[in-house]
Design a protein around this ligand. Structure first.
Ligand code: ADE
Length: 247
């Protein structure tokens, strides 16, 4: 998978050299390039923002540097991929909420381009222009506001990258995770069996695999009901997080 990131803080993404994603890059499974938006400005101050039409607080990112930067990435000398193969992801608090399903969907793509906005966001015409040329996904990490898209892109790349085949050595570890079956994951324990007066649930020491599986599933339901009741609503056979039916 090819990943291009356009940002005014390219060094923010140096951490992608580390850990599993760094190994995946070394192995040629992921290829990540950052592009400094300011390299696509032409004034002495390398200006990327301006005041909003219509007034209001904050600054808006100018369309011209974005157009030049994204055209450069799409011209793709480096990748040889075309716009039709690419998805432009725009992190924004006004986007659709990012889920594990989105991570799976995007992990199957050949080429992702992330456009990290700052300030009050990017001039809306950038989204409109590229939406006419390619697939564009405005995506929010959650219902809160970050100072810019970089942290959101980092989180998305980690969530997506680990699902790309070959990135995680043991793919079985991806199966029983939170959000894979619509429920939160069950609690996990390791040695010692007793720690500070707290014992590991005896069923996990029983060796009875059916009992362990049943206990874990029940823990998933209880956790999800208590912490994320709205997730239960979407599951077949569940009563929408109704506490009366799941005591
Ligand atoms: N940029 C600012 N806030 C954001 C959010 N919640 N999600 C994604 N990108 C953002």
């Amino acid at each position: 998978m090819r990943i291009d990131i356009v940002t005014i803080f390219p060094s923010f993404f140096d951490v992608l050299d580390l850990s599993l994603l760094g190994k995946a890059r070394d192995a040629g499974i992921l290829s990540v390039a950052t592009h400094d938006l300011r390299n696509f400005t032409h004034d002495r101050h390398r200006t990327v923002d301006d005041t909003p039409y219509g007034g209001g607080a904050g600054m808006v990112m100018k369309p011209e540097p974005w157009g030049e930067a994204l055209d450069h990435v799409l011209a793709g000398g480096e990748s040889g991929l075309t716009a039709s193969a690419a998805v432009l992801v725009i992190p924004t608090p006004v986007g659709e909420i990012f889920t594990q399903a989105d991570a799976h969907e995007l992990a199957a793509e050949q080429h992702l381009i992330f456009a990290c906005g700052r300030y009050e966001g990017i001039d809306e015409r950038v989204t409109d222009h590229y939406a006419a040329r390619m697939r564009v996904r405005p995506i929010s990490l959650g219902d809160y506001v970050l100072n810019g898209g970089e942290v959101a892109v980092m989180a998305m790349i980690e969530a997506i990258g680990r699902l790309v085949p070959g990135v995680i050595g043991n793919p079985d570890s991806l199966v029983e995770e939170s959000h894979e079956d619509g429920l939160l994951e069950y609690p996990s324990y390791t040695k010692p069996a007793s720690w500070r007066g707290l014992d590991v649930p005896p069923v996990l020491l029983s060796g009875n695999h059916a009992a362990i599986a049943a206990w874990r599933h029940e823990q998933q339901r209880v956790r999800t009901r208590d912490r994320r009741p709205e997730l239960l609503a979407g599951l077949p056979g569940e009563a929408g997080g109704n506490r009366d039916t799941h005591p």
